[in-house]
Design a protein. Sequence first.
Length: 133
Amino acid sequence: MDAEQISIAETCLQASHDGRLSFPEIVGKLIAAGFEGYMVDYRRNSQTYYLPDGDSIAIGLQSSTGKVAASFDATEVERLVRWAQASPADYSYVAFCEKVKGAGCAGYLVSFPGRRVVYFGRTAETHVEHFPK
């Protein structure tokens, strides 16, 4: 992984937290930089970006409050995804992260070639969201 790819990953992570870029914009930038996906791990407080050759970089997430709930509520995770997609005035990625952890989401895997996001709980329960066409 080169310095430019690392910079793009760091910029995209920061932009998600401060609201400068939307999820589709971040996905576009990461794909253009050669990434095939990333994983958010709320228990480790990190985000890992993956290249097709197996190279990766883990970047620490901003500190957040709240813990990952013990039980996974797929219905609530789906509702929160719809909230994020609608992007109402009260939406922020930071708020999304806090709320989804409260719904038992321990993290999520974004696959660009698979065009999906897999949200998972502490007991490996999942909720899958496909990218819009």
